[in-house]
Design a protein around this ligand. Structure first.
Ligand code: KIV
Length: 272
């Protein structure tokens, strides 16, 4: 085992569970490439998610459905090469685990072997319970994902808040318990009412990481392109923008174009 892997400062699934016990909030952001992951890791983030949101923000697809297992592994390899401290969670893409638990295990093993990621994430409740148990039994840590699960967007029809009705809220609580029993080390809850998310976090021993799930959970996750202001049209209520990188990049590119056209770049000091 390399020194890096045994570094006590590295975040592991056990560290996250300790953080929940100590009530220390867990910070999580997505990354999909080496340069961004280096910066995010150096910023002190606890968990980096190589999300299938890469399908939207990196590849320009409308949904997360088109991204493939090979593409997820490529993104995860780049992130893993950059990360020194954070736990790296890799999303299992649509079509890589829904068939049956054998397919799910095979896909999870490919992610772990080929990317060097530390764990996998998959969407769903009771319908993926058997797959989660099987992956966990093989020694692979699994993060669950309930509430708004974007891989099922064509079933839901919209990206609106989930589990507002009692029946769906009950099902979500039951699914959360099942995921914990199946061996998940943590769960993402996406776009559900804050009260429900808080209750689920209180009921479970494992960390619950929210996105659009209020402040009563054990940690928060955002898509890095959204929180840095690189995506401009996506403006859900839960999103806080910490920078306006789209504006900064636009300003830099238009200035560069003007400098080149006006023969202001390069100057003699920038030439050999
Ligand atoms: O793919 C992703 O970025 C995610 C987060 C929104 C949790 O699953």
């Amino acid at each position: 085992m390399s020194a890096a892997k045994t570094d006590p400062k590295r975040i592991t699934t056990h560290v996250l569970q300790e953080m929940k016990r100590r009530q220390e909030p867990i910070s999580m952001l997505t990354s999909y490439d080496y340069s961004m992951a280096s910066l995010v890791d150096a910023g002190g983030i606890d968990v980096i998610l190589v999300g299938d949101s890469a399908s939207n923000v990196m590849a320009g697809h409308e949904t997360t459905l088109p991204i493939t297992l090979d593409q997820m592994i490529y993104h995860a390899q780049s992130v893993v090469r950059a990360v020194k401290r954070a736990l790296v969670v890799v999303d299992m893409p649509f079509g890589s685990y829904q068939g049956n638990s054998e397919e799910a295990l095979r896909s999870a093993i490919r992610i772990m072997k080929e990317s060097g990621g530390h764990s996998v994430k998959l969407e769903g409740g009771v319908e993926v319970q058997e797959s989660i148990s099987r992956i966990v039994k093989a020694g692979i840590p699994v993060m669950g994902h309930l509430g708004l699960t974007p891989q099922s967007i064509y079933k839901f029809g919209t990206y609106t808040v989930r589990a507002k009705e009692e029946a769906e809220a009950l099902r979500l609580r039951e699914d959360a318990r099942l995921l914990q029993e199946a061996g998940c080390f943590a769960i993402v809850l996406e776009k559900v009412p804050a009260n429900l998310a808080k209750e689920v976090a209180e009921e479970l021993a494992i960390p619950v990481i929210g996105i659009g799930a209020g402040a009563g959970v054990d940690g928060q996750v955002l898509v890095i392109h959204d929180m840095l202001g690189l995506t401009q049209e996506f403006k859900p209520r839960f999103l806080r923008r910490y920078a306006d990188l789209a504006g900064t990049i636009h300003q830099a590119v238009t200035q560069y174009v003007a400098d080149v056209k006006g023969r202001g770049f390069p100057n003699p000091k920038e030439s050999y």
